[in-house]
Ligand binder design. Structure first.
Ligand code: TMP
Length: 265
């Protein structure tokens, strides 16, 4: 007799999230999309971390990368903007927190997008696609969702055009799984402004960061199978444990199906 198991419908329950993520990876591993062209099958896994300033995502991305390495996976840790020498140069221009840049020569939103896309195109072509082809797991601190949240929702640029531009710059590459770190803007900015590497965007208004946060949450609603919202106002240990609980079923099921190279298991 066919056995069915009832899963919790509470979107914050671990069981619900695990099942949802498994579905997301399963659907990604199938070739092509109903409406789009068939994309070449790739073996690796592309995990992105997103969130507002001070959400703690970078620390957790590093911890997850280490966890995956300890399990024997080939892991590439990278970030956006950045990840290659050219893209890191662009990052410096993009984030430089100097007074001169802010008051004398502030970047217009279109220039921000152009810089981000220039960096992304280099990163995708030189680093991400070759690594995925080799079967690596990529842990990337920010990707296209940040462009939609910051330049789209934050700066007010049209989302439709941004989506099409980011798709073009990324050669159609989208993450398999995204962890969105969410917490109140005031908490994030407090954490951030106390740190030593404050950047240009950290100085934006609270209203800007609130639009960005709302933007991220709206993107998560639109892509519930890919974007998993993490409540970031908790202890680092609790969050790390949640990420491990979520990623393990993917490693066991989704990746095996996609023949990810495991160095030693
Ligand atoms: P972070 O890596 O320390 O979070 O800093 C990156 C900054 O760049 C952050 O303020 C968000 C911003 N950013 C954008 O505005 N658009 C983008 O597409 C990306 C990737 C980052």
């Amino acid at each position: 007799m066919l056995q069915t198991r009832r899963i919790s419908c509470n979107p914050f329950s671990c069981e619900y999230q695990r099942v949802r993520l498994r579905c997301a990876v399963a659907s990604r591993s199938s070739q092509g999309t109903p409406s789009g062209p068939r994309r070449p099958r790739r073996k690796g896994l592309f995990i992105t971390f997103e969130g507002i300033e001070g959400s703690g995502k970078s620390t957790q991305a590093q911890a997850l990368a280490q966890y995956l390495r300890d399990k024997g996976f080939e892991v590439i840790e990278t970030r956006e903007p950045g990840g290659t020498p050219v893209a890191e140069h662009i990052r410096e221009v993009f984030l430089r927190p100097t007074r001169e840049l802010r008051s004398v020569d502030p970047l217009v939103p279109e220039c921000e997008v152009a810089l981000i896309l220039a960096a992304r195109s280099q990163h995708v072509a030189d680093q991400l696609l070759p690594a995925l082809k080799q079967g690596a797991v990529i842990v990337c601190d920010r990707f296209s969702d940040s462009t939609l949240a910051y330049q789209g929702f934050g700066r007010g640029l049209p989302l439709r055009e941004l989506r099409s531009l980011t798709r073009w710059a990324a050669k159609g590459l989208t993450p398999d799984v995204t962890f969105l770190f969410d917490l109140p803007v005031s908490q994030g900015l407090r954490r951030r402004l106390n740190s030593t590497d404050v950047n240009r965007l950290d100085h934006e208004t609270v209203a800007f960061h609130q639009r960005v946060r709302k933007g991220f949450l709206s993107l998560a609603q639109q892509a519930p199978r890919r974007i998993h919202t993490i409540h970031a106002a908790r202890s680092a240990q609790a969050i790390a444990q949640e990420l491990i609980t979520l990623i393990n079923p993917l490693l066991e099921q989704g990746l095996k199906a996609r023949r990810l190279t495991v160095k030693h298991s």
